[in-house]
Design a protein around this ligand. Structure first.
Ligand SMILES: Cc1ncc(COP(=O)(O)O)c(C=O)c1O
Length: 458
């Protein structure tokens, strides 16, 4: 029988959780079931997707940031169809693909100071290239990274991961060194040792949505230059318009030596990453014909990934999505700050554009304090999970906790979010938070969800 993907999807509909449980990462369906997230979704468009019963969900997560232009964007889809149907001589490996050159040209045009691009298949790979290039360009072994940093989970990227829970069990890692995020004295102390290749930093950390303190990146760049070390800025999550500027580091007035991007560049369709370099870095790494493929990957620059990237950049411009991210971000932050005034468990609302964190903390009331201490003793950050679950199960809005053990939830919706979507989110969030600090509030509802899900499973 000829292969029939539509027939296969129809015949096996609804089996995803069972198959993952049996053949892939069995912990994922277990976790999703425990918190009531184990739905089957059928369709998606823009900032919404629909479950098998036709219920609409609002997406405030954008697939960890990949759906920046909105899910299934018609322009990106059409471009992919066109290139697929063109039957190109793709991944020939011994030619110079036009699409790769065109996407590099577009990225460089949007990245002042950058001259060349290395393409790969993910954010982690873009970081791996940055780590290798910085070592090679400086001839030094050590990269500095920040606490709470997240740059991916491949071995090199894990060596610069600022959270011990990810590193545990995978050592020994590279001899990189953690400094406090935003602490210039830590940076200077390490640079004085003379063996530092680079500082790798997210301008806004994905884990916790921590913004680099005012002036930190500028001061860091000055110090790094004085010590002949490089500044690598990881824009895998914060880049390509998410924060209301093309790069989040545009707010900091720096021109890094190396920049990494990925996620949004995919258009939500084809995995892709890119490492951009200032003049001088490339020449050190690819220093002669004998080193022509000294760092490379088989799929780099494939036609579908390059097309997705080109179409995505065009949609960002044509639909003015970066300005929209700025405006909708302001609306969200203003609304959240108004809610925070009435909710003692919200201790901070922070972010830029559509990368926003809501931090919870111990409320002043006696019952609130008791509730907070009990939850934190059970698991630090549990309160944030108790907000994320009813937003999804009661209001059909997908958000996430901003990192393990963190009392912070993160909003990184598609950049095409509308003012109506903002109002929908704020209304739902205010309702979930009402009475949050009372024992009869969030904790009880969360407990009921866990019990119901556990009973369902039996
Ligand atoms: C800042 C940053 N860098 C790197 C990565 C790793 O990207 P990937 O998951 O595509 O390997 C991520 C992923 O979340 C990220 O947020």
């Amino acid at each position: 029988m000829p292969f029939d993907i539509a027939g296969l999807l129809a015949a096996r509909a609804g089996e995803g959780y069972a198959l993952q449980g049996k053949y892939v990462n069995a912990q994922v369906p277990r976790m999703l079931h425990a918190i009531g997230f184990d739905k089957v979704f059928e369709r998606a468009e823009g900032a919404y997707y629909w479950d098998a019963d036709g219920n609409r969900y609002l997406d405030m997560l954008a697939g960890f940031g990949v759906h920046a232009v909105g899910r299934n964007h018609p322009v990106v889809r059409q471009a992919l169809h066109t290139v697929l149907d063109a039957g190109l001589a793709d991944m020939l490996q011994f030619d110079a693909p036009l699409l790769m050159g065109l996407l590099a040209e577009q990225l460089v045009a949007r990245s002042p100071g950058m001259e060349r691009v290395y393409f790969c298949n993910s954010g982690g790979e873009a970081v791996e290239a940055a780590l290798k290039f910085a070592r090679c360009a400086t001839g030094r072994p050590r990269v500095l990274y920040c606490d709470h940093a997240y740059h991916g989970l491949t071995a090199g990227a894990l060596s610069v991961n600022g959270a011990d829970e990810f590193r545990k069990g995978f050592g020994p890692l590279l001899p990189d060194t953690r400094i406090r995020f935003g602490n210039i004295d830590d940076l200077e102390r390490e640079l004085r040792k003379g063996d530092v290749a680079a500082l790798l930093v997210e301008p806004i950390q994905g884990k916790g949505v921590n913004i680099a303190p005012d002036g930190f990146l500028r001061d860091a760049q000055t110090l790094l230059r004085a010590h002949d070390a490089l500044l690598i800025v990881d824009e895998v999550q914060s880049g390509l318009g998410r924060t209301g500027r093309f790069y989040a580091h545009d707010y900091d007035g720096v021109q890094p030596d190396i920049v990494t991007v990925a996620k949004a560049l995919s258009g939500g369709f084809v995995p892709v990453g890119a490492t951009l370099m200032r003049p001088g870095v490339f020449e050190k790494v690819y220093s002669g014909l004998d080193r022509v493929f000294v760092h490379a990957s088989t799929f780099m620059g494939n036609a579908l990934a390059m097309t997705a990237g080109l179409a995505t950049l065009s949609v960002l411009d044509d639909e003015q999505l970066i300005a929209n991210a700025h405006a909708r971000g302001d609306e969200l932050m203003n609304g959240l700050r108004a809610i925070a005034k009435t909710q003692p468990t919200i201790v901070d609302v922070r972010g830029r554009g559509l990368m926003i964190g809501i931090e919870f903390g111990k409320p002043p009331s006696l019952s609130g304090k008791a509730m907070w201490s009990t939850l934190n003793a059970a698991r630090p950050g549990l309160f944030a999970q108790m907000v994320v679950v009813p937003l999804f199960t009661r209001h059909r809005i997908l958000t996430q906790v901003a990192g393990d053990y963190m009392p912070v939830i993160k909003l990184i919706p598609p950049l095409c979010l509308t003012s109506d979507d903002v109002r929908e989110f704020l209304g739902a969030f205010a309702e979930v938070m009402a009475g949050a600090e009372k024992p009869s509030g969030l904790a009880l509802g969360f407990g009921r969800t866990l019990v119901k899900q556990a009973l369902d499973r039996r």
